[in-house]
Ligand binder design. Sequence first.
Ligand code: SF4
Ligand code: SF4
Length: 350
Amino acid sequence: MWITVNRKCNFKCVWCYAEESSCGKDMKLEQVVIFLELAEKIGIKEPIIIGGEPTLYPHLEESLEKANALGLRPIIVTNGYLMSDNNYVKSLSKYNFTVSLSLKAYDAKSYKEFTGVSKIEKIGKAIKNLTINKINFGISITISSINVDNLYDMAIFSKKNGAEIISFEMCAPSFDLDGNHNSEYMVHPSILADKLIKTYKNIHDNIGGGVLYHLSQPFCLYPKDFIDKMKKDNALYGGCHVFSRDGIVFDENGDLLLCNCLCGNPVGKFGVDYNNVDTFINYWEREEVIELNRRLISYPSADCVDCEQYKECGGGCPLMWFSYKPETIIKRRSGNERISKEKIQYQCCP
Ligand code: SF4
Ligand code: SF4
């Protein structure tokens, strides 16, 4: 469960979806409480508190207190900037929670260029503060066209600063309030596959365990033995919650989204379709809501229909097909081959 407590941020990342959909609102604390109670009722132990930037949310401490009282251990997704203040981290350390620190770049110049904020050293300080105060944390790196050539350096920066867990996420298209999509910062899926294949060994050999890849891409872009190796290394994780329908996303209005990248396009409204735990559960189980989910994850290609990897791969992130034509990317393999470069047309949807 993702609880989007705000869309405000102290960064101005060039690729950010929150920027495009920002309405400057904070989620009401009563709504946070309802969603935490919902998490407890349906067995979600680690709801994700996300923004915008949740450290700017005025009710963050009350939210953590309520979550812990319900026996939950939330995950806070943050840019980490405010956590460079040790007094602030200390004040949070009485709660039971995990931090997922989203790393934007690894050197001062690119940090400033991508986020609009200087002082990358604050991020190193934040990581140290989390370590000193014994707060569980991991580093998350969203791969975009801006940092795709620096994955190794970003992983090394994280490790040097004390991160035990480093996860790579793939950038997905963002949608504005009118439903227009923007994939400007996405890396073409086959180019990304090339880059990951080239950097995987170096990163794995130099960092070892604790590096995870949320591979929301068609697996047939990779040789089968590469995917098998990732699995053997315990480096492959995830899958898409839209595909498995086991994730729930609430935006800052308390409205229901199928994915956090679809902000501005809710499929359920707080106060109209539901307003408490029970009415939400009823709404979530309605056939028309299930159907909306089903439509988003329909097979991107006929090749996926009886592919043995479909269960794990799901045909890749369904949102990428707003930007790319599946027939130019997906080709089920029969053995260990991957799609040859010649067969891929570097073509986007109009
Ligand atoms: S054919 Fe479809 S299901 Fe199979 S690996 Fe490719 S994208 Fe995934
Ligand atoms: S649709 Fe699924 S894979 Fe794509 S961004 Fe959303 S959660 Fe991730």
